[in-house]
Every structure is written in structure tokens, then in C-alpha cells.
Write a protein of this length. Structure first.
Length: 327
């Protein structure tokens, strides 16, 4: 049984990319070999041989890979750590420039060119010498100006960060002292209020509604004191605890929690006062007689008045504290 070998063929695009990569590699190799030749000692370096390499390069390729030159110069700095190698390359390039600028040398090269090489390759090689010298000098300046050691970087960083560090430390200390002062004052305010609340509930003989009323009045005062305290702290420390930062927003939209808290406390206070009023019966004789004759309707009417007040407060605050969808 015969076997059929199927050869895999590359697509035109893949073949074109492969040829392009091979060409780039050949160009990089040629430039690297040329730079290696420039690194020879001055007494061994031959300007004529180096110029011939450039003529062959110009005849084969249409441009210079400057990135290869830069990488080679950077590698010389990093491997040697001194300027001896680079100095040799620069001095040999200057000798090559003098050789290429001599009209006699150019004329002789044009006469002895191979048949398949055009005379324009000599002129292109002459231009390449100047371009290579210019780029080698540029790469050297770039490395010396931009490259810095770790110690140099640390020194620059410490000098730049010193002023910011001092300012940041000062701000952090101020903020820390401010926060400690805020929490200390808030702790004194809350615990002092709690200690005063203990005295309210010490009298067991006090009626329930009266005790609730006094406690709610205490809660109303303390909650508003805390709000005023936080408001003043916000002004001093420039901290914002508003629910709505729009300039046109009302005080109800800016601090809805405060208003809802006050509404709940006031509503509970009215209920407790009403219960205390019913329990105490501190009214005139006629009103007291009417209450005794019709206690249930009177209780319903009073309770409805309180509930209407609470409902009106809820509707009012819901309307005032509502955030629009567009905001």
C-alpha cells in the first residue's frame, strides 16, 4: 500500500513575514559585525576594509537599523563600565569619516567595484558613515544623561520627597490631634448625657408616661447637641457630612437623618405627653367631667390628632428630603 506525503505549504503572508524576519536578522548581523570591527585597536583598524563592508551593506540593503547601534553602545557601557571601548569606536569612526571624505578614495572604489554592484552603493556607504557616527554619539549621550545608578536615584528621590514628607507628617499630626479631640469631646458628651439619664430613672415612684416624656426630651436635646457638635467640627476640619452637596439644596435635603430623628422623638414625646395627660387628668372640672362621661371618643380624638401630626411630619420630611432622580 503506497503512502502519500502531503507537504505543508505556507501562505503568501506567512512566507512574506518569514522573508522579512530573515532580512532583518541579516541586517542586524551585518551592523553588529561592522561595529565589532570598529572596536579594534587603532593600529589594527583598517578604514578601507571597514568602508568595503559598508559598500556591501549599502548594495544589499536600503537603510540602517539604528536600534541595533543603540543596543550595541548600551551593551558596551554595561559590560565594560568605562569609556575605553566607546572611545576606540569613536576614534575609528572619525578615521573612517576622513577616509570616506577623500575624493580619491571614493573614485578608486567606484573603479574597482564588482560588475553586479552599482556606483551609487559607494555614495550611499559614504553617507552611512556620517549617519553611524552621529547615531553612536547620540546613543552615548542618551546613556550618560538618562542612565543613573541606584544610589543616584535614591539621592534624588530623598531630596524630592523630603519636603513632601515633612508637610505630610505635619498634616497627619494635625489630623490625628483633631480626630483624638473629636472622639474625646464626643465621648464626654455622650457618656455625660448617659450619666444624667441615670438620675431620671432613679425615681421608681415616677409615673411611666412622665418618665418617658422626660427621657424623650433628654434624647431630643442630646441628639441635637451631637448634631451641632458635629456641624462645628465639620466647619473647623473642613469635613463634609452632608447628604446632598448641591448649592440649591435645602437644609432638609442636606441633613435628612437629623430631621427624621427629631420627628420620631417629637412624635413619641407627644404620645407620652398625651398618655400622661390622660393619666393625670389635670383639666378643668367641666372638661374632666366630659372626659369621664365620654372617655373612649375623647381618647380616639386625641390619638387621631397626634397621629395626624406625625403623618403630616412624615409627609413633609419625605417631600423635603427626597433626592431627585436627575441628581
Amino acid at each position: 500500500m503506497t503512502q502519500i506525503n502531503v507537504e505543508k505549504t505556507q501562505s503568501p503572508i506567512a512566507a512574506q513575514e518569514s522573508e522579512h524576519n530573515k532580512k532583518l536578522q541579516a541586517m542586524e548581523t551585518a551592523i553588529t559585525n561592522f561595529l565589532h570591527g570598529l572596536g579594534k585597536a587603532n593600529d589594527v583598524f583598517s578604514s578601507e576594509e571597514s568602508f568595503d563592508e559598508l559598500i556591501n551593506y549599502a548594495a544589499s540593503y536600503d537603510r540602517i537599523l539604528y536600534s541595533t547601534i543603540s543596543n550595541y553602545i548600551y551593551a558596551q557601557y554595561e559590560s565594560n563600565g568605562n569609556l575605553d571601548s566607546l572611545g576606540t569606536i569613536l576614534s575609528n569612526l572619525e578615521a573612517l569619516v576622513k577616509y570616506s571624505e577623500d575624493p580619491i578614495n571614493i573614485a578608486n572604489k567606484k573603479q574597482i567595484l564588482p560588475k553586479n554592484t552599482k556606483e551609487t552603493a559607494v555614495d550611499d556607504a559614504r553617507k552611512m558613515v556620517l549617519k553611524i557616527l552621529d547615531h553612536v554619539t547620540l546613543a552615548s549621550h542618551q546613556y550618560t544623561m538618562l542612565k543613573q545608578t541606584d544610589d543616584e536615584y535614591d539621592d534624588k528621590f530623598k531630596k524630592r520627597i523630603a519636603s513632601y514628607k515633612e508637610e505630610m507628617s505635619r498634616e497627619m499630626n494635625v489630623q490625628m490631634i483633631t480626630m483624638v479631640g473629636i472622639f474625646t469631646a464626643l465621648a464626654f458628651l455622650i457618656f455625660g448625657s448617659i450619666s444624667s439619664l441615670d438620675g431620671i430613672f432613679e425615681n421608681i415612684q415616677m409615673p411611666l408616661f412622665k418618665t418617658m416624656s422626660i427621657g424623650l426630651i433628654w434624647g431630643l436635646c442630646v441628639s441635637n447637641m451631637i448634631f451641632v457638635f458635629l456641624y462645628c467640627i465639620g466647619k473647623m476640619t473642613r469635613l463634609n457630612f452632608k447628604a446632598d452637596d448641591r448649592p440649591e439644596s435645602t437644609i432638609f435635603e442636606k441633613y435628612p437623618v437629623v430631621w427624621w430623628t427629631n420627628l420620631i422623638l417629637v412624635g413619641l414625646l407627644l404620645i407620652s405627653l398625651w398618655g400622661w395627660f390622660i393619666q393625670k387628668n389635670i383639666v378643668t372640672n367641666s372638661l374632666l367631667e366630659a372626659i369621664r362621661c365620654h372617655p373612649f371618643p375623647f381618647f380616639i380624638i386625641g390619638s387621631l390628632i397626634i397621629l395626624v401630626f406625625i403623618a403630616a411630619g412624615i409627609i413633609f420630611l419625605a417631600h423635603k428630603t427626597r433626592v431627585k432622580e436627575s441628581d
